[in-house]
Design a protein around this ligand. Structure first.
Ligand SMILES: *[C@@H]1O[C@H](CO)[C@@H](O)[C@H](O)[C@H]1NC(C)=O
Ligand SMILES: *[C@@H]1O[C@H](CO)[C@@H](O)[C@H](O)[C@H]1NC(C)=O
Ligand SMILES: *[C@@H]1O[C@H](CO)[C@@H](O)[C@H](O)[C@H]1NC(C)=O
Ligand SMILES: *[C@@H]1O[C@H](CO)[C@@H](O)[C@H](O)[C@H]1NC(C)=O
Ligand SMILES: *[C@@H]1O[C@H](CO)[C@@H](O)[C@H](O)[C@H]1NC(C)=O
Ligand SMILES: *[C@@H]1O[C@H](CO)[C@@H](O)[C@H](O)[C@H]1NC(C)=O
Ligand SMILES: *[C@@H]1O[C@H](CO)[C@@H](O)[C@H](O)[C@H]1NC(C)=O
Ligand SMILES: *[C@@H]1O[C@H](CO)[C@@H](O)[C@H](O)[C@H]1NC(C)=O
Ligand SMILES: *[C@@H]1O[C@H](CO)[C@@H](O)[C@H](O)[C@H]1NC(C)=O
Ligand SMILES: *[C@@H]1O[C@H](CO)[C@@H](O)[C@H](O)[C@H]1NC(C)=O
Ligand SMILES: *[C@@H]1O[C@H](CO)[C@@H](O)[C@H](O)[C@H]1NC(C)=O
Ligand SMILES: *[C@@H]1O[C@H](CO)[C@@H](O)[C@H](O)[C@H]1NC(C)=O
Length: 682
């Protein structure tokens, strides 16, 4: 056969194949399937025009549609809303069974769209070839159709939050027919009423991933005859349930597990040694239960661990180097809020070259590490709050260049701040807390951390002037209870500042008017002199909390105070303020706490108090020279719980309708109560 005729017969043959399907195929798409897709499109609301490519004949090229390259049938419909916001969701009010024509469908993903008006359509169970079904966060109403059990080819079933919040599921019997299932996610469904949930999932011999997080489970069988998926299950997530049970021993039979998530699930008691058989675990998360016992006897063999989170439990004993210390892949270690004790030394860390997170917050652990130790790791997150770390400053920190958060509060560190301190992870650190130690010395005049957002140095022995240059990222600065002296610098970016209980002197100069982002300022218990600058009101319009109590300030309250329209806390007690209060004070309508006690204020209170300060909870005017009558409007301040007018020059009588029923015991803001308590007995 000459080559040309060979070619033409090949063409003919190809044409024949095309013709065979030809009746239905136009432009690589079966017309029946195209019609079905168009019907589907017509039935959904698509505010963001995500289906705008769904026009013309070539349905296999439409966005989200995939056809089999050989047969031309639509095999995959991926309409996942990757923007997660409701705005981008398709709304399925009018979705009907037209999709059934896609009889070759293997993969259907409708996740994060909004079907809140309709039930999960029964017709989904007719896609005989379906292997992947993702209805995550679709918020259908009603229950789960039992006929889903007909999808016997299903590998992956993700029904996480597929139903609206209040829709309970009454049984999971239909699961037992999904014998091919490898991945099952039921998280966020309401399974409280499902009887014997474990028997239903135990029918799935090939299961690899099981997620049942936040489903309201409150029972877990203590003993089962046989766990079907012991050799297949790698991921088990039962977190955020309320089992109120000890850990079942059979968990230890799932020896293929690499990921076990049991956050806040109501488990209590001693960890069974059988858990120690889960030697392949890489991720073990059990925070927020009431588990007790030692970190030995079960932990030693889990040498593959990458993350170990046992926080918020009741573990005791020490942290043995024979377990945690040899997990050379360990990256994140969370043991915070337990009852651990003992001593941790360099030996514990010698093989932890990959450690990035070390959280031992609030245990009774002593960390005893030589001053010349060079750590094998670079930490990212360090919380050693309340560990015994001092008295010497931990020198090994100077080799850590990647730390983002460093919490060393209450660590019994004493002595002077080392010179290298200003360089600790200076280009990465955002949070630094050294509060409640006995650290002394001066701060450098310029803090060079380029990303620092929060700095806690309160309750130490710092001295000398305040730093004049702060990183522009720093918005929270706690320096109370130290021995700082001198003036307030210009800190243009700060929002929350406390420098209470120091030895600041000099005036409350107008430099403070440049702290224009300021919301919270506590300068109480210093030796500040002079007047409140006139510019304060107009400049600090975000101010909500101002405490200048127990200083030596004088002069009048500037009338510009009315610009502080968000102010809810104003504490000026025990200064030498004088004059009448400005009428504009009545504009500060958010005020809940006003304490002007122990000053030299004069004049009538009727005018500024007016009717406006309806939010007042605490009003203290004690020991001034206010005069005139006590305004009858006070009786209308329904929130008022503490009223102290003693030791003034008021005339007349207390308005008889004031409700003198102190409600102190019902006050729910301890800050208010403390401050009131300070000199309640004077
Ligand atoms: C599905 O809805 C479309 C448009 O809303 C309609 O044209 C079609 O007849 C419906 N199909 C079925 C099977 O109900
Ligand atoms: C998600 O939203 C962004 C911005 O609103 C838009 O640019 C993007 O195309 C959206 N992606 C999808 C898949 O809709
Ligand atoms: C289902 O879709 C969501 C996103 O829409 C995704 O996060 C999730 O991993 C998917 N489930 C499975 C099992 O693939
Ligand atoms: C979903 O759609 C319904 C009405 O169709 C609407 O009330 C609801 O706010 C939407 N969003 C979510 C997240 O349910
Ligand atoms: C589909 O499921 C229903 C309910 O579980 C059942 O009655 C029916 O026989 C099943 N159909 C097929 C073809 O398996
Ligand atoms: C294990 O699964 C098989 C079928 O999947 C089932 O027949 C059997 O009852 C299951 N065993 C248990 C103990 O549930
Ligand atoms: C767990 O494993 C042990 C030892 O292999 C076996 O004797 C026991 O029957 C298993 N238990 C379950 C519930 O599968
Ligand atoms: C847990 O179970 C005990 C009895 O075993 C019961 O007294 C307790 O109230 C339960 N706690 C919760 C939170 O259900
Ligand atoms: C650590 O992880 C690597 C892969 O990143 C693996 O090859 C190695 O076996 C693991 N080491 C241990 C002790 O588990
Ligand atoms: C660290 O690894 C070395 C070498 O594998 C080993 O000899 C030593 O015991 C390990 N240290 C700890 C604390 O496990
Ligand atoms: C204070 O209130 C008065 C009227 O009650 C108003 O004229 C004045 O503009 C207010 N001041 C501010 C700064 O809003
Ligand atoms: C107190 O009031 C009386 C009469 O109202 C007045 O004579 C006296 O000067 C006032 N004392 C002070 C300290 O303001």
């Amino acid at each position: 056969m000459p080559f040309s005729s060979f070619l033409s017969s090949l063409l003919l043959c190809l044409l024949g194949i095309l013709l065979l399907h030809g009746a239905a195929v136009t432009g690589g798409c079966f017309s029946m399937e195209r019609e079905a897709l168009l019907d589907f499109k017509a039935g959904v609301r698509d505010t963001r025009n995500r289906l705008s490519s769904w026009t013309g004949h070539h349905c296999c090229t439409w966005k989200g549609v995939t056809c089999d390259t050989t047969t031309g049938h639509v095999v995959m419909l991926d309409l996942r809303n990757t923007n997660f916001t409701d705005d981008w969701a398709l709304r399925g009010e009018g979705m009907n069974s037209s999709l059934l024509a896609l009889s070759h469908l293997k993969h259907l993903d409708l996740s994060f769209n909004n079907f809140s008006g309709i039930r999960i359509p029964e017709f989904i169970s007719s896609f005989k070839k379906l292997r992947y079904l993702n209805l995550s966060s679709t918020k259908f109403m009603g229950g789960i159709p039992a006929r889903l059990g007909n999808l016997s080819s299903l590998y992956v079933l993700d029904l996480s939050s597929a139903l609206g919040f209040a829709c309970p599921v009454d049984n999971l019997d239909w699961l037992s027919d999904l014998t091919s299932l490898k991945h099952l996610d039921l998280s966020g469904l309401k399974l409280t009423d499902v009887p014997d949930w474990f028997s239903s999932v135990n029918m799935l011999p090939s299961l690899q991933v099981l997620s049942m997080s936040s489903v309201g489970l409150n029972t877990i069988t203590a003993s089962v005859a046989h766990v079907n998926f012991t050799s297949s299950l790698t991921v088990l997530d039962l977190s955020y349930n309320n089992f109120n049970s000890t850990l079942p021993k059979w968990l230890g039979n799932m020896t293929s597990l690499t990921h076990l998530y049991l956050h806040y699930s109501g488990f209590y008691g001693v960890i069974p040694d059988a858990i120690g058989d889960l030697v392949r675990l890489k991720e073990l998360h059990m925070p927020g239960n009431q588990l007790t016992g030692y970190l030995s006897g079960w932990l030693e063999q889990m040498t593959n661990l990458i993350t170990l989170d046992l926080s918020y439990n009741l573990f005791n004993g020490s942290m043995p180097s024979s377990s945690v210390g040899k997990f050379s892949n360990l990256t994140e270690l969370y043991l915070r809020d337990n009852s651990l004790g003992g001593v941790i030394s360099e030996v514990h860390f010698e093989n932890l070259t990959r450690l990035q997170v070390l959280d031992l917050h609030d245990n009774s652990i002593t960390i005893s590490i030589g001053q010349s130790w060079i750590p094998p790791f670079q930490l990212r997150y360090v919380d050693l709050t309340k560990c015994q770390l001092g008295p010497q400053f931990p020198e090994w920190l100077q080799f850590q260049t990647q730390i983002e958060e460093l919490y060393l509060a209450d660590c019994k560190i004493a002595g002077t701040m080392p010179a290298w301190f200003g360089n600790i992870s200076s280009s990465t650190i955002t949070d630094l807390d050294l509060s409640n130690n006995q650290i002394g010395g001066k701060l450098p005049s310029s803090l060079k951390f380029t990303k620092l957002e929060r700095l806690h140095l309160e309750s130490n022995r710092f001295e000398g002037p305040l730093p004049t240059m702060l990183p522009s990222t720093l918005d929270t600065l706690y320096l109370s209870n130290n021995s700082f002296i001198g003036q307030l610098p210009i800190w243009p970016h700060v929002r929350f500042v406390t420098i209470s209980d120091n030895m600041l002197d000099g005036g409350l100069s107008s430099s403070i008017c440049q702290w224009t982002y300021l919301e919270y300022l506590d300068l109480s218990k210093n030796k500040l002199l002079g007047e409140i600058p006139f510019c304060l009101g107009k400049s600090l319009q975000n101010l909500q909390f101002l405490d200048l109590g127990n200083n030596c300030l004088s002069g009048e309250i500037p009338y510009t105070i009315d610009f502080l329209s968000r102010l809810w806390y104003l504490q000026l007690k025990n200064n030498s303020f004088s004059g009448e209060l400005p009428l504009s004070l009545k504009n500060c309508t958010e005020l809940q706490f006003l304490d002007l006690a122990q000053n030299n204020f004069v004049g009538s209170i009727t005018l500024w108090m007016g009717d406006n300060l309806q939010q007042l909870i605490v009003l203290r005017l004690r020991s001034n020279m206010f005069s005139g009558i006590v305004p009858w409007q006070l009786a209308r301040f329904e929130q008022l719980q503490i009223l102290d007018l003693a030791n003034n020059n008021f005339t007349g009588s207390i308005p008889h309708n004031i409700d003198f029923n102190p409600k102190i015991s019902t006050m729910d803001d301890p800050r208010l109560y403390d401050r009131w308590g300070e000199d309640a007995c004077e």
